[in-house]
Design a binder for this molecule. Structure first.
Ligand code: ADP
Ligand code: SF4
Ligand code: MG
Length: 363
């Protein structure tokens, strides 16, 4: 049994312009102690998917399944959900300033979480809060515990928030763009902190990002999201060396914007489609350098790449050898006539090009 197993998750919003399908049949899982990276451009549905799993969305139509330690989260009574959130599933968001209350001292806020959930006295909770601030690398933790959030730097606030998130020893930490708002040096420190906490506390992490650098630092496996769908899933190293989906290749080639925005994809122009007006067939086709006739008509299913043993999936019609890191000439071939009719049986015949020499990621 997986720690978290999401199956066929769909999330739709009723908007004045029509029904917006933000998540369109997403399945993913994370096991105890491992890190899953959820990557994709802004608007891909990363935050909405996780908020739906955690029951945090209002006025959204949510369907599918999300089981945590075997228990279905979707539709769970609010009281039970509150027990799970915080204690067993904790969250860290992009903007630590908005997640800490500005009018309460940092140490007090952490101690309250511990006191309420763990049912221990104020003094013990306060002591534990100071220990946690120490654990996340905040110098002079007893003094810092007396500070208000605005007295801490952005990096220190994010550390304090991480301290609060892990205070109850959660089995799963969901970190939604945890470093996006931080400057580059602090980003590296926070990633290192998450890594060391994970080793120490043996928790699973889902890290949401648009930055493959973050994935390289943290994730064991990756799910690439495009327009509300998983388009590729693989073990991280494998994705770096043998990515199959042209969108994954575009992300790998793009340089993350240090300011936190989404940089244009190198070699892939254009913008993600409007979720109110998705292109027919493969929703990536207007931007895809490998587009074939079939792509504009039929939507490719997520199928197994390469062989039966690899946990590598891609939603793309391209046949073996046609794309992947280092494959330069695939786009020039019209593979529209190729028969890939057996793909919906889960045997997607996809590529395994050799990774170019000297192109290893910093893993
Ligand atoms: N409450 C809402 N009502 C309508 N649309 C929403 C709402 N929340 C998010 N969306 C839309 O859902 C899509 C996915 O958003 P989100 O999950 O935040 O993307 P990201 O991958 O950047 O985290 C976006 O198009 C966004 O505009
Ligand atoms: S299915 Fe076609 S358009 Fe979509 S990613 Fe694959 S090659 Fe590109
Ligand atoms: Mg988001």
């Amino acid at each position: 049994m997986h720690l978290l197993e999401v199956e066929r998750l769909r999330v739709a919003f009723d908007t004045p312009d029509g029904v917006l399908e933000a998540v369109r049949g997403l399945s993913l899982h994370v096991d105890a102690g491992e890190t899953l990276g959820l990557v994709g451009e802004s608007g891909a549905g990363k935050s909405v998917a996780l908020q739906a799993v955690m029951g945090l969305l209002e006025r959204a139509e949510v369907s599918g399944s999300a089981r945590f330690a075997g228990e279905e989260l979707l539709g769970l009574p609010a009281a039970r959900l509150r027990q799970i959130l915080g204690a067993q599933i904790a969250m860290v968001f992009q903007d630590p300033a908005s997640s800490l209350h500005p009018l309460y001292r940092v140490g007090w806020q952490i101690a309250e979480v511990i006191r309420v959930h763990a049912g221990i006295g104020r003094r013990a909770a306060r002591q534990r809060a100071v220990e946690l601030l120490d654990l996340v690398g905040i110098p002079s933790p007893a003094q810092r515990a007396e500070d208000y959030p605005h007295q801490l730097s952005g990096g220190m606030r994010q550390r304090a928030l991480i301290a609060m998130a892990v205070s109850l020893g959660p089995a799963l930490l969901i970190a939604d763009e945890p470093t996006t708002a931080l400057d580059v040096t602090v980003q590296a420190q926070v990633l290192e902190l998450l890594r060391s906490l994970q080793a120490e506390m043996e928790m699973a992490i889902i890290v949401v990002t648009h930055d493959f650098g973050v994935i390289a630092e943290l994730a064991d496996r990756v799910t690439v999201l495009y327009a509300g769908k998983a388009v590729e899933q693989a073990e991280t190293r494998r994705l770096y060396h043998k990515a199959h989906h042209p969108y994954s290749l575009g992300l790998l080639a793009s340089v993350p914007d240090p300011e936190g925005g989404t940089a244009p994809l190198e070699g892939i122009g254009g913008q993600p489609p409007s979720l109110l007006q998705l292109p027919a067939g493969c929703s990536f086709h207007p931007r895809c350098p490998f587009v074939m006739a079939r792509c504009t008509a039929e939507e490719p299913p997520l199928g197994r790449v390469d062989d039966e043993t690899a946990d590598h999936w891609s939603a793309c019609w391209l046949p073996p050898g046609e794309v992947g890191r280092g494959s330069q000439d695939a786009g020039s071939q019209d593979a529209g006539s190729q028969d890939a009719g057996s793909q919906d049986a889960g045997s997607h015949p996809a590529a395994r090009p050799p990774a170019p020499a000297g192109d290893a990621p910093p893993l």
